[in-house]
Design a protein around this ligand. Structure first.
Ligand code: SAH
Length: 416
């Protein structure tokens, strides 16, 4: 009959932790130790490539040999991650003699400490011990993780930003609001990042774009104020000022505002302008990158933007302005001279003029080309053609925005 374990949160920052073994178990254990700031010493004759890379990066110390008792000098904790029970037992014995807690991958009954299944939600850490059944621990952990993603009150997290939110670190209490510019991904609601999703669940106010996946908004708490940025009247530049003002006003009133934008906030998303407006008003901003349609839309159509031996570059360009527009900042004649992949966003309206310009300046009309409409959604459509024919084919097929145009040999790379 064993007693219940006594849970603790170990504060390992700067403290020596010894990991004995350099295989798969050590590879899984070491990242969390490094994340906790531990001073990790690895003792193993050989390492997996992943551990080797961390050693090469100077993140931890490695002694390349078998364990000797002196390895535990100065240690606060030891992880035994070797298969050989005799070798493991000898490490345990030295640890016990020195009163150092010892985790055993090979034999939990011989261990003096157990590692829980863990989930983190910003500053909150939940650790689950399954009474000897790791799968039970993981099932409970997964259930709690899902619950936290939806339920955790914003008050609980707003005052203690995660270490990576460096720009929000100085605001302190709940009174000071803040803004997060979050990339929502290209369309499939599952293509938001884990961090973006967490911040969304913590928001008091969400300001969303037209291209943001609707299902993400479906899951917001009922008390969240949702501002639909696409419904703001006035022209595009006045509307942008209006949005900037909403972000600043709500944040200054103490709210946590998530500005949710299609794809990545900085790819033709005017995220930079919003960041500057907040900065000018003294509102702290976190930027969470998103999966951009410029890469995801081709991928969803089976087109890799680069492919070995086919394309060593990809260029993302806005087709919003016609090539002969005096306001255009794009040097289309230079792009015509490239061999690699060209990805055109917002380009359907001007596609005939764009393709004619590319061909006039030297790109072959036979170059494979494709249009991907509403990529990663249930209504995705793909049209494959050539640079010379795609503008006409597009009209015939009645494709519409939002769509990405891809030009280059990569269009056929996986399709040949
Ligand atoms: N910030 C966004 C792009 C905004 S510009 C991003 O990183 O994806 C808007 C353009 O993006 C649209 O005109 C279209 O060209 C492209 N786009 C966005 N979502 C798309 C989707 N699901 N499928 C195809 N194109 C998309």
């Amino acid at each position: 009959m064993t007693s219940n374990p006594y849970p603790l949160g170990l504060r390992l920052h700067g403290r020596r932790v010894v990991v004995v073994g350099g295989g798969a178990v050590a590879t899984r254990r070491v990242p969390a130790l490094l994340d906790a700031g531990a001073d990790v010493l690895l003792v193993a004759p050989e390492l997996t490539p992943a551990l080797r890379a961390r050693v090469d990066a100077g993140r931890l110390h490695w002694v390349q040999r078998r364990f000797v008792p002196e390895d535990l000098d100065g240690a606060w904790l030891v992880h035994v991650a070797v298969d050989d029970p005799i070798a493991a037992a000898s490490v345990s014995a030295v640890a016990a003699e020195r009163r150092i807690f010892c985790v055993r991958a090979d034999d939990r009954t011989a261990a003096t400490a157990w590692t829980p299944a863990v989930t983190r939600h910003g500053p909150v850490t939940v650790a689950v011990l399954g009474g000897g059944d790791p799968r039970r621990a993981m099932t409970v952990r997964d259930a709690i993780r899902d619950l936290l993603a939806v339920r955790l009150a914003p008050d609980a997290t707003a005052s203690t930003p995660s270490p990576s939110d460096a720009s929000t670190g100085t605001t302190g209490g709940r009174q000071a609001g803040r803004v997060a510019l979050v990339g929502a991904g290209p369309g499939d609601p599952e293509l938001i990042t884990v961090k973006g999703w967490r911040l969304l669940t913590e928001a008091d106010v969400v300001v969303a774009d037209r291209l943001v996946p609707g299902l993400l908004l479906d899951e917001l708490r009922p008390d969240v104020e949702l501002v639909d940025a696409s419904k703001i009247p006035y022209g595009p530049s006045r509307a942008q000022e209006e949005i900037n003002q909403i972000l600043v006003d709500r944040a200054l009133a103490g709210a946590f505002v998530v500005r949710l934008k299609g794809g990545d906030p900085y790819v033709f998303g005017r995220g930079g302008e919003e960041l500057l407006a907040c900065a000018a008003a003294g509102v702290p901003v976190t930027v969470v990158p998103g999966v951009t349609s410029s890469i995801a839309a081709p991928a969803a159509a089976g087109i890799p933007v680069t492919h070995r031996g086919v394309a060593h570059e990809f260029t993302v360009v806005s087709g919003h302005l016609a090539p002969d527009s005096p306001a255009s900042l794009v040097r289309w004649h230079a792009l015509a001279g490239l061999h690699g992949t060209l990805v055109i966003l917002m380009g359907l309206k001007n596609l005939a003029a764009i393709t004619a310009t590319l061909i006039a300046h030297g790109r072959s009309p036979q170059t494979p080309a494709a249009v991907v409409q509403e990529a990663t959604t249930g209504t995705q459509r793909v049209l494959r053609s050539t640079l010379g024919a795609i503008a006409a084919d597009l009209v015939a097929a009645d494709l519409r925005p939002p769509a990405v145009v891809v030009v280059g040999d990569v269009v056929d790379a996986l399709n040949g």
